[in-house]
Design a protein around this ligand. Structure first.
Ligand code: DX5
Ligand code: ZN
Length: 226
């Protein structure tokens, strides 16, 4: 299982150093949480394409960069994120009207397409699009901020996606990745791996004031090693 750091709990003045540190620890996937002050329940604003462009330049072309759009108008402004250099745009199924069109627009720009669902949204909202998707992201917190508690009741939904993706791969279909986001730390990393997660977003479990990124990563990896 791959780890994708979320930078929401980082000191934004130190982002360059944080990027250097995670890369030097062998991480090659960065997860960028975009909130527009409108779509998430707590109305948070995080950052947008300008910062993402700087991060892309800092990490270089070898690191995979995704953006998780928690915005009201992904259908109108998705291209700004492609222009900023992300490899994958993940949009909320609850926030987009014409889902197939957005997926094909992203693909036509050479960008991967992913869908994310809130904890209360059933898998049936996303399963019809699975064959077109490069990634499905299951939220294990209500999106809006880092450092919230993990929702173990997402297991069933994750297992539904794992089964559907495995069946799709078996018949030669797309190898859609399965990601989880919210409350993942060293103590539940092995659990979500056992559910069939390919990529786990880790924010406060990796970037916090209690330990260095290196120390946190050693702890997480020790739980994943067998
Ligand atoms: C929540 C974001 C997450 C979050 C992860 O709205 O999508 O990426 O910041 O942070 P932790 O790991 O602290 O829950
Ligand atoms: Zn996220």
């Amino acid at each position: 299982m791959q780890i994708a750091p979320s930078i929401l709990t980082a000191d934004f003045c130190e982002l360059g150093k944080v990027m250097d540190e995670v890369i030097s620890e062998g991480i090659n996937w960065i997860h960028l949480d975009v909130m527009d002050g409108n779509w998430v329940v707590n109305k948070t604003i995080t950052f947008g394409p300008a910062l993402i462009k700087s991060i892309r330049q800092r990490v270089g072309p070898e690191v995979f960069v995704d953006c998780h759009l928690m915005v009201a108008n992904a259908e109108d402004n998705w291209e700004q994120y492609v222009d900023a250099g992300v490899d994958l745009v993940i949009f909320h199924v609850e926030a987009v009207e014409n889902i197939s069109l957005l997926i094909s627009n992203l693909h036509s720009r050479g960008c991967q397409a992913g869908i994310v669902l809130n904890p209360s949204t059933p898998s049936s909202a996303v399963l019809p699009y699975l064959s077109e998707l490069d990634l499905v992201l299951v939220m294990s917190v209500v999106p809006g901020k880092g450092g919230q508690s993990f929702m173990p009741e997402m297991e069933l939904k994750i297992r539904e996606f794992r089964t559907a993706i495995d069946s799709q791969i078996l018949v030669g279909g797309r190898s859609t990745k399965l990601m989880i986001d919210g409350g993942i730390k060293y103590h539940n990393a092995a659990l979500v791996k056992s559910w069939g997660i390919d990529v786990a977003v880790v924010g406060s479990g990796l970037i916090n004031n209690n330990a260095t990124i290196k120390e946190n990563l050693i702890k997480i990896n020790s739980m994943l090693s067998d």
